[in-house]
Design a protein around this ligand. Structure first.
Ligand code: OGA
Ligand code: MN
Length: 294
């Protein structure tokens, strides 16, 4: 197995493994260390079937069950489909607008996702990249006084786009507006530390995103928004050195660590050009914070 960084600060390419074979303890250890070191792994030349993807995913921990059963594979309900394909009867094959703003997966629920795995099944001719940014590095580069200010604070997270002035609703997803309007009322706000300590590396990471973080606990909007705007400027400004944009090759399997990264789907493709990804997710621990700035 060979691990080669793809940028200075985030991401590595892995070659020389076949994930459809039984995974040895050595390979498991090597992959886990590579993920902790590089936060995103691009594992080349993998063509896992949905059941094989479930078997591989399970070595990392307990799989989450996708909440939307309309968009899971026929072979197994543990694998969700991301796709822009529409069936002849007009129904969507997969989730079409997944991840369209910078976020960390499911930070809007109490126990968010730890690791997300995408098997590229069909790449579009153009577009369809995924961007990542390293939230350890962003935290470490913040001015000391800002670190001190946010250490110990909690962000307010919510799934509904109608509660969030920083995002818009994609017109491409059927029923999206209704979903976000009803979830604005039905789903609770969840608080998460703005700075978490990664449970495996012990490193501190910024943990908030333009997609899900809509406020700061105990602060008015007028107080919180300028702070969030500064934090999010580091996430969204791709001229800064914390980012990696992944352009998929055929048979890439990409996995990332949500506890120290934000990511987003770049888009830029459209029918008849089809993108299809198979997605599995490993559940995490409740994020926790240490109280001192470093
Ligand atoms: C996700 C996600 C990005 C993409 O699956 O959680 O954000 O490029 N995907 O599909
Ligand atoms: Mn995502």
């Amino acid at each position: 197995m060979k691990v080669t960084p793809v940028s200075k600060i985030v991401g590595a390419e892995v070659t020389g493994v076949n994930l459809s074979d039984p995974i040895t303890e050595d390979t498991k250890r090597g992959l886990r260390q590579a993920l902790l070191d590089h936060q995103v792994l691009v594992i080349r030349d993998q063509t896992l079937t949905p059941p094989q993807q479930v078997t591989f995913s399970a070595i990392w921990g307990d799989l989450e069950t996708p909440s939307n059963i309309d968009y899971t594979t026929e072979e197994t309900p543990k694998v969700m489909i991301l796709s822009n394909e529409i069936r002849p009867d007009g129904t969507a094959v997969g989730v079409v607008d997944g991840g369209d703003f910078w976020h960390s997966d499911s930070s809007h629920i109490e126990v968010p996702s730890a690791i997300t795995i995408l098997q590229a099944v069909k790449n579009p001719e153009r577009g369809g990249d995924t961007e990542f940014c390293n939230m350890y590095a962003i935290y470490e580069a913040l001015p000391h006084d800002l670190k001190q200010k946010i250490d110990g604070l909690y962000g307010i997270h919510h799934v509904s786009k109608v509660k969030n002035r920083r995002v818009t609703i994609s017109p491409d997803r059927p029923g999206a507006k209704d979903f976000y309007e009803s979830s604005a009322k039905a789903k609770p706000e969840v608080i998460q530390p703005l700075v978490l300590t990664h449970p495996e590396t012990g490193r501190k990471s910024l943990y908030c995103s333009p997609r899900f973080t809509i406020g700061i606990q105990g602060m008015s909007e007028e107080e919180a928004n300028p702070i969030l705007d500064v934090l999010f400027s580091h996430v969204t400004d791709r001229k800064r050195p914390y980012h990696y944009r992944h352009k998929y090759q055929d048979d890439d399997l990409v996995m990332w660590d949500n506890r120290c990264l934000c990511h987003r789907a770049v888009g830029g493709y459209g029918l008849p050009d089809i993108r299809r990804m198979h997605r599995t997710v490993i559940g995490g621990d409740q994020p926790y914070a240490e109280q001192q700035a470093t």
